[in-house]
Design a protein around this ligand. Structure first.
Ligand code: NAP
Ligand code: GDD
Length: 323
């Protein structure tokens, strides 16, 4: 039985990936912060339904010895390094901890793998935020990086570390350059979930407005359960490498808002306001990915349309209010 280790197993992608790997017959291990084990009803909510099928290990991304110990105990065949401070806005507020978690954390995992299980296949969660102020549309694996946030810079550093461990030490490391992917399990601080949960509350008469920042920013939004399959496919490929995972379509925040209110037959203009507090010091104006390499080499393609994604999220939030 193959053993997989997932860092960030409590996050949106971690939960979907754990479920997917269980379905493939893997023994699934996850690294969590100690506080998560102390407050499982709150911090393990996304993996509640599979807790009896996976093994959790307390470790800190800030501590090399703790990561080393877990990897030594498990000796995984595949490692999916998803843990990160992933909220771009927060990275403007706390640059230093974002760097510590995202850069040192990645370095610790890579270094421990090199020492203990150099044959382990490693996945790094790269991001379309690395393209930032992109020079070309759509963006592919060759597009130059121009990050616009400390988060984006930290992901470029993680990308370079991961590539360098492959080139220097022969580790089988792959990098997913994933564009935004969403789901009913998305954190409430991200714009899509903020919108879908607010639309549900407004529809139920529990709220009467939604305050957002930049409505003009455009993103390439896909459906998260499909994106974790791409992570696995990357590690099944004998040739490690970099892969863009995206839908190839881009929509503005305003278009997402309009579509979400339309699901409940309301006009967004009656409820949506903007506030400069939600604008970022430097914005990524447009992201749109070209995933043709993933299609050709991995056979991966997105299946859920933008409209379907918005509907899935709004209907799930409505159901949560009206079980
Ligand atoms: P998420 O829901 O924010 O989950 C982040 C995970 O990282 C959580 O399990 C969190 O644990 C863990 N984590 C954060 N800081 C940590 C620390 N200091 N020590 C240990 N664990 C820590 O993110 P996601 O959407 O699943 O994304 C997964 C990965 O893909 C991230 O690296 C993200 O940057 C990257 N990515 C995401 C997208 C996207 O659109 N979702 C696109 C491109 C790349 P707690 O639960 O304990 O906080
Ligand atoms: N969060 C948030 N809240 N964003 C808002 C708001 C608001 O009230 N109003 C407008 N936006 C705009 C942001 O300025 C940004 O342009 C866009 O909505 C998307 O913001 P987020 O949902 O926070 O996601 P992100 O694109 O910054 O980052 C996500 O995708 C990256 C991949 O491109 C995260 O998942 C990152 O971890 C990931 O790497």
């Amino acid at each position: 039985m193959k053993k997989a280790l997932i860092t960030g197993i409590t996050g949106q992608d971690g939960g979907y990936l754990a479920e997917f790997l269980l379905g493939k017959g893997y023994q699934v291990h996850g690294i969590v912060r100690r506080v998560a084990l102390e407050a499982p009803e709150y911090r393990l909510v996304r993996i509640k339904s599979i807790l009896d099928k996976i093994q959790l290990h307390a470790a800190s991304l800030e501590s090399y010895p703790s990561i080393f110990k877990v990897i030594q105990n498990i000796k995984p065949d595949e490692c999916y390094h998803l843990a990160a401070q992933s909220f771009v806005s927060y990275s403007f507020e706390d640059e230093f901890s974002t760097f510590n978690t995202n850069i040192n954390g990645t370095h610790f995992v890579l270094s421990a793998i090199k020492e203990i299980v150099p044959e382990c296949r490693f996945y790094f969660a790269g991001s379309s935020e690395m393209f930032g102020q992109a020079e070309e549309i759509p963006q592919n694996e060759l597009t130059r990086f121009h990050p616009r946030s400390v988060y984006g810079i930290s992901k470029v550093a993680g990308y370079e570390l991961t590539r360098n461990y492959r080139e220097s030490y022969g580790l089988k490391t792959s990098i997913g350059i994933l564009f935004n992917h969403e789901s009913p399990r998305r954190g409430y601080e991200f714009v899509t979930r903020k919108i879908s949960s607010s639309v549900a509350r407004i529809k139920q008469g529990l709220s009467d407005k939604l305050v957002l920042g930049n409505l003009d920013a455009k993103r390439d939004w896909g459906y998260a359960p499909e994106y974790v399959q791409a992570m696995w496919l990357m590690l099944q490929n004998d040739e490690p490498g970099e892969f863009v995972i995206a839908t190839g379509e881009t929509y503005s925040v305003q278009e997402f808002v309009k579509e979400a209110f339309a699901v409940v037959d309301l006009d967004w203009k009656d409820y949506v306001h903007t506030d400069p507090q939600y604008y970022r010091p430097a914005e990524v104006n447009i992201l749109c990915g070209d995933a043709s390499k993933a299609k050709k080499i991995l056979g991966w393609e997105p299946r859920t349309s933008f409209r379907e994604l918005v509907r899935i999220m709004v209907e799930s939030d409505l159901k949560a209010l009206n079980p």
